[in-house]
Design a protein around this ligand. Structure first.
Ligand code: PGA
Length: 251
């Protein structure tokens, strides 16, 4: 049975002290509760070790937002998957559209990152999604299929089984424009059908597919009620403990 997941993506927000304070607040708001989903916070590299320490006795897991496409060595400024894993983080967001667009991350770079994350025991949260122009041209399915084929569909089934997918239409990220729950369901069902074709029904039924893009406390419940939407990857609304916990409570 696949897991429901609510994952925060803090992006490039919060100083170290502010990040620790936010982690503490989320932990306090969830204490004594048993969330009906797995809870993850995705933080900048610099926060990982401290946030992992802060959350070590909680139900909340920690994700990095990226990792290098090289295992180690002379790559000034980069952070490897092994380094991420050594902080206690369990997940790594890979292929976010901001990385693809602003940092030129190609299918091949992302393929390498996914592999390095897996080799180091991290579960990738692999992001896919079309731009506004691509949707207006009716190409969203082709785009998402190419992103999967380009970076993750050559994994062995047991490796693919460790991946969480996040469908994030680029036109909905940070724009306040959410995909309707029907648009999300339609795409998630399409993604699941691709996984079925590639890896079979059992694995596709076990794969968690999150929705991301202006998900907030007022639309989460309707989105998460769709049969193929297994939770959310939350940007802006994960920066306020109250909103993030309200989204978790939507399950
Ligand atoms: P948003 O970002 O919730 O602020 O739209 C989502 C994401 O980029 O993961």
């Amino acid at each position: 049975m696949r897991k429901n997941i609510v994952a925060g993506n803090w992006k490039m927000n919060k100083t170290l002290q502010e990040g620790i304070a936010l982690a503490k607040e989320i932990k306090a708001s969830l204490s004594g509760k048993t969330p009906k989903c797995e809870v993850i916070v995705g933080t900048p590299f610099i926060h990982l070790a401290s946030v992992c320490e802060e959350l070590k006795d909680s139900v909340i897991a920690v994700a990095a937002e990226n990792c290098a496409d090289k295992p180690s060595g002379a790559y000034t400024g980069e952070v490897s998957a092994a380094m991420v894993a050594s902080t206690g983080a369990k997940y790594c967001i890979i292929g976010h559209s901001e990385r693809r667009t602003y940092y030129g991350e190609t299918y091949e770079i992302l393929r390498l990152k996914v592999r390095l994350a897996l080799e180091n025991g991290l579960r990738p949260i692999f992001c896919i999604g079309e731009t506004k122009d691509e949707r207006q041209a009716g190409r969203q399915n082709d785009v998402v299929q190419a992103q999967l084929e380009g970076s993750v569909f050559d994994l062995a089934a047991d490796e693919f089984g460790k991946i969480v997918l996040a469908y994030e239409p680029v036109w909905a990220i940070g724009t306040g424009l959410t995909a309707t729950s029907d648009q999300a369901q339609e795409m998630h069902a399409f993604i699941r059908s691709l996984i079925t074709k590639k890896y079979g029904k059992e694995l596709s039924e076990d794969t968690s597919i999150l929705y991301g893009g202006s998900c907030n406390p007022s639309n989460a419940k309707e989105l998460f009620a769709k049969p193929d939407v297994d939770g959310g990857l939350i940007g802006g609304a994960s920066l306020k403990a109250g909103d993030f916990v309200a989204i978790i409570d939507s399950f």
